[in-house]
Design a protein around this ligand. Structure first.
Ligand code: GLN
Ligand code: ZN
Length: 767
C-alpha cells in the first residue's frame, strides 16, 4: 500500500469562515476566545474531511491565523523591535500587528503606535502572499510560539495520525530580508538551527513520527553557498528525533536533484505536476533507504486528475519502491478552492470535470489504494469514471470550438506587427492627437465609491433594472469626465465604474470562461480571490467595452482612452486549462482582445490601453525558462494590439518598477506608450535606462496611489526632472502610478491638481 498523505489543506473554510471571523475580530465584534474557537472548529473539520477522503497522514501546521511564514517568525522569535511586547511574550495581537501594522492612535496594543506592517510579497509564483521575515544583524532565535504543539495535541486528542509541517530553515531564511545594515542572512543559519532541534524534540515527545520540512527553494536557481548550506543544515538536523520528509514543489529539482536526493533525511517529496520530467530519473538517484513522495494531483488548479495516466507512473514507481512510495498532491492544497460539493449552481457537466481540495484528497487516497488493490471495486469504478470524464471533456463541443482553432491556425505571422515602426507611427499619432508636451493622463480607474458598489449589488440582486444600472454607470462616467476636464488633463479615461475587477469583467463577457460560487482561494490574510475558470476555447461573442467608451468619448473633445485588460494578465489571474498549452490560451485571449481593439478603433477611439498588470509576476521561477515565457507574453500582447492603424496609439500599463531584467521584452511589445510604477522607488526604474534605451514613449508614475497622501506639485516636478534626465522630453508622459479605484475622490482630485500643475511647470521650464 502506498501511503496517501497531504502537504497542506486550505485554512479559510468552505464558506470563508476564517475570513469572516478574522474581520469580525479586527472590528472588535468577536473576542479572541471566539476567534480561537472558530480556528479550532475549522481545523477539526478539515482533518476530518481529509481523513474521510482517505488521507492516512494528516498535515498539522498548515493552519495559520494570517500566514504560515508569519507563524514561523513568531515560533522562531523573529519579531521586529517595533512589535516586541514589553514582557517578550508574543500574543495574537502581536501576530496581527506584524501582519497589519498598528496605526498611530492605537495605543491598546502593548507596543509602539504607528508601527508599519511587515512587507507582503508573493509566495513563489503563486497568487498567495506571505509576510517577509525581517532579520537584524544581531538576530537571535528562540522558540516563542506554542501553536504547532497545541495543534498537534488537538489532532491527537481527536485520534488523528498527523505529520507536522515546518518550513525548512533555508527556505525560511531565503524568504526573509536583512534589515539595518547589509549582512548575509545565510550567516544566521547556525543560530537558527537549534530552534529546529528544539521543535523536533518537542514533537517527538508528543509522539510524532514523521515531520514534513518544506524546502521549495530547492526548485529555484540557488547560489552555491546556499546549496552548500543545505548539507550543513541537514547534517545537524538529522541528529534530532522524528523522521523527516523534505518537500519540494512548484518546479523541478534539476541541478539540485543530487543535493536534494542525498540529504540525510528519511524522505523526499517532488512535484510531478509542474515538473513531470523528474520521473523516472529520480528513481535512480534516490538512496535505497528513502521514502519518495510523488506529487501527482495538481494542488494549484481546479481540474480532476486523469487517474489512469497518473496511475501508470505510480505503478512504475511502486514496482521499484514498494512501501517506500507515498502519494500526494503536488503542493499544499492552500492554492486550491475547498470543496466542490459546495457548488450548488454549477452545471453537472462542468462539475464533473472539476476537483477542489476535498476531491483532490480523495484522488490521492484512491491512487494509493489502486496500487495495493488494483482490482478493488471502488478503484475500478473510480478509474472508469475518470476515463469517462476525460473522454467527455476531450469530445465536448463546449470546449473545442473549431472556428476559434481555425482562426489561430490561419493567423499570419504579420498579425502581431503594426503597419509601420514606432518612428513612423509617431508623427501620424501626433498629428491626429495634438497633445501638448508632457501629456497628462491617468491609468484608467477612478474611485469605486460605495454608491457604485451598491448599484452593482442591486443590479445583481435584481432590485435595479439593467437600464437604471446603465444610467447609474453613465452618470459616474459623466462625473469622471467633468472632473478630468476641470482638472485640465490631456487624455481622459471613462473611469471603469462598471468593472468589478479588471479580469472578471472581461472573463464574464468572453465565451469559454466559467465561474464558480465558492471557488475561493486565500490571497493574503483574510483576503481571498475567486479566479474565473478557463474551460474551453476562448472568443468574444460581442463588444465588451464599446458602448461605455463611445459614450464617454461623446462627452468630450479630448481623446478618450479605450481601456482593456491584456491576454497575459487574463491568463495569469484565471484558473487555466490543462488540456491545451498556456501559449494557446494566451493567443486565444489575445485574439478576443484584438477584436475589441479593432471595434474601438472603428468607433473613432484614438488611444487604446491594454493593461498587463501581471506580466512580470508571471516570470518563471527558473531563469532558463524566462525567455520562452517572455516571447510568448510579448507575442500575445502584440497579437492583441497589432491590428490597428498607425494613427491609433496603443498604451500599456504595468504596476511595478523592477524592469531591469525584462526591459527588452517590454520594448518588444512595441506599445506606443507605457505607464509604469516608479514613484515608490523614487524613479529607481530609470536605472534600467542606463543599460537599455527604451525606444517608445513612457509615463513613469509621479505619485503613489497606494497611499492617501497627497504629494505637492514640487515633489512631482522633482520626479519629472529626474525622469527627464533619462528620457527625452518629447517621449515623456505624466501620470500617477496605477489606477485610482481604491482612493476617495477628494484626495484623488487634490493629487491630480498638483500633478497637472507639475506638468505645466515643467513644460514652462524645460521647453
Ligand atoms: N486600468 C486599470 C485601473 O486603472 C489598471 C489596474 C492595474 O494596473 N492593476 O484600475
Ligand atoms: Zn497598475
Amino acid at each position: 500500500m502506498a501511503l496517501a498523505h497531504n502537504l497542506g489543506f486550505p485554512r479559510i473554510g468552505r464558506d470563508r469562515e476564517l475570513k469572516k471571523a478574522l474581520e469580525a475580530h479586527w472590528r472588535g465584534e468577536l473576542d479572541e476566545a471566539g476567534l480561537r474557537a472558530v480556528g479550532q472548529r475549522l481545523r477539526a473539520e478539515h482533518w476530518q474531511l481529509q481523513k474521510d477522503a482517505g488521507i492516512a497522514l494528516l498535515p498539522v501546521g498548515d493552519f495559520a491565523w494570517y500566514d504560515q511564514v508569519l507563524t514561523h517568525s513568531l515560533a522562531f522569535g523573529v519579531i521586529p523591535q517595533r512589535f516586541r511586547p514589553a514582557n517578550g511574550k508574543p500574543t495574537l495581537d502581536t501576530l496581527f500587528a506584524m501582519a497589519r501594522g498598528v496605526s498611530v492612535n492605537n495605543s491598546q496594543h502593548g507596543c509602539c503606535g504607528g508601527a508599519h506592517a511587515q512587507e507582503l510579497t508573493k509566495w513563489f509564483d503563486t497568487n498567495y502572499h506571505y509576510l517577509v521575515p525581517e532579520f537584524a544583524a544581531d538576530q537571535q532565535f528562540a522558540l516563542s510560539w506554542e501553536q504547532l504543539f497545541e495543534e498537534v495535541a488537538e489532532a491527537h486528542a481527536l485520534g488523528h495520525a498527523v505529520k507536522p509541517v515546518l518550513i525548512g530553515p533555508l527556505t525560511y531564511l531565503w524568504l526573509g530580508k536583512s534589515k539595518g545594515g547589509a549582512f548575509d542572512r545565510l550567516e544566521l543559519l547556525e543560530r537558527l538551527l537549534p530552534v529546529y532541534g528544539e521543535i523536533l524534540q518537542r514533537l517527538a515527545a508528543q509522539g510524532v513520527d514523521w515531520v514534513q520540512i518544506d524546502e521549495p527553494i530547492l526548485a529555484l536557481d540557488l547560489p552555491q553557498d546556499w546549496k552548500n548550506a543545505f548539507e550543513r543544515a541537514y547534517n545537524l538536523i538529522q541528529r534530532e528525533p522524528c523522521r523527516k520528509l523534505i518537500a519540494t514543489y512548484f518546479g523541478g529539482l534539476e541541478d539540485n536533484l543530487g543535493l536534494a536526493a542525498n540529504l540525510p533525511v528519511d524522505g523526499l517529496h517532488i512535484d510531478l505536476v509542474r515538473a513531470p520530467q523528474q520521473f523516472p530519473s529520480i528513481l535512480d538517484r534516490l538512496p535505497a533507504y528513502k521514502v519518495l513522495s510523488l506529487g501527482v494531483v495538481n494542488g494549484r488548479n481546479v481540474w480532476r486528475t486523469d487517474l489512469e495516466k497518473v496511475l501508470a507512473i505510480l505503478q512504475q514507481a511502486h514496482e521499484r519502491l514498494g512501501e517506500r512510495l507515498w502519494v500526494a498532491p503536488s503542493c499544499s492544497l492552500l492554492h486550491s478552492p475547498v470543496d466542490l460539493a459546495r457548488e450548488d449552481q454549477l452545471d453537472a457537466e462542468l462539475k464533473s470535470w472539476l476537483a477542489f481540495a476535498v476531491q483532490k484528497c480523495r484522488e490521492v487516497a484512491l491512487l494509493g489504494k489502486a496500487l495495493a488493490a488494483p482490482e478493488d471495486a471502488e478503484v475500478l469504478a473510480a478509474l472508469a469514471q475518470s476515463r469517462a470524464v476525460q473522454a467527455a471533456r476531450a469530445a465536448s463541443p463546449r470546449i473545442h470550438k473549431p472556428d476559434v482553432q481555425a482562426r489561430l491556425t490561419a493567423l499570419e505571422p504579420a498579425a502581431g506587427l503594426r503597419q509601420s515602426p514606432f518612428a513612423a507611427r509617431r508623427g501620424k499619432q501626433r498629428a491626429r492627437l495634438q497633445l501638448p508636451l508632457l501629456p497628462t493622463t491617468t491609468i484608467g480607474s477612478f474611485p469605486q465609491t460605495a454608491a457604485i458598489r451598491q448599484a452593482r449589488q442591486a443590479f445583481r440582486a435584481g432590485t435595479l433594472s439593467a437600464d437604471d444600472y446603465a444610467e447609474a454607470m453613465r452618470s459616474e462616467i459623466r462625473h469622471a469626465v467633468e472632473v478630468q476636464e476641470a482638472l485640465g488633463l490631456d487624455v481622459l479615461v471613462h473611469g471603469e465604474a462598471e468593472r468589478n475587477d479588471m479580469v472578471e469583467y472581461f472573463a464574464e463577457q468572453l465565451d469559454g470562461y466559467a465561474f464558480t460560487r465558492f471557488g475561493w482561494v486565500q490571497s493574503y490574510g483574510s483576503r481571498c480571490v475567486k479566479p474565473a475558470v478557463i474551460v474551453g476555447d476562448l472568443s468574444r461573442p460581442q463588444a465588451m467595452t464599446l458602448d461605455w467608451i463611445r459614450y464617454a468619448q461623446g462627452l468630450t473633445a479630448k481623446p478618450m482612452k479605450g481601456m482593456l485588460t491584456g491576454p497575459v494578465t487574463m491568463l495569469m489571474w484565471s484558473f487555466a486549462r490543462e488540456d491545451v498549452p498556456r501559449e494557446v490560451q494566451a493567443r486565444q485571449l489575445a485574439l478576443a482582445i484584438r477584436d475589441e481593439v479593432l471595434d474601438l478603433e472603428a468607433a473613432g477611439i484614438g488611444i487604446i490601453q491594454i493593461d498587463e498588470a501581471a506580466l512580470r509576476e508571471g516570470l518563471p521561477l527558473r531563469r532558463e525558462a524566462w525567455q520562452g515565457y517572455l516571447d510568448c507574453a510579448t507575442e500575445a500582447f502584440r497579437l492583441a494590439a497589432g491590428g490597428v492603424r498607425d494613427e491609433t496609439q496603443i498604451h500599456t500599463h504595468m504596476c511595478y518598477s523592477e524592469f531591469n531584467e525584462v526591459i527588452e521584452a517590454i520594448a518588444a511589445m512595441d506599445a506606443d506608450v507605457i505607464t509604469i510604477e516608479t514613484s515608490r522607488s523614487a524613479m529607481q526604474l530609470l536605472e534600467a535606462f542606463e543599460r537599455f534605451a527604451y525606444p517608445n514613449e513612457i509615463g513613469p508614475g509621479v505619485y503613489d496611489i497606494h497611499s492617501p497622501r497627497v504629494p505637492d506639485s514640487a515633489e512631482m516636478a522633482g520626479l519629472l526632472r529626474k525622469a527627464a534626465r533619462r528620457i527625452p522630453l518629447e517621449r515623456l508622459w505624466v501620470n500617477p502610478d496605477c489606477g485610482l479605484k481604491t482612493r476617495a475622490w477628494p484626495e484623488t482630485e487634490a493629487a491630480l491638481v498638483n500633478m497637472v500643475a507639475a506638468a505645466r511647470q515643467l513644460r514652462a521650464e524645460l521647453a
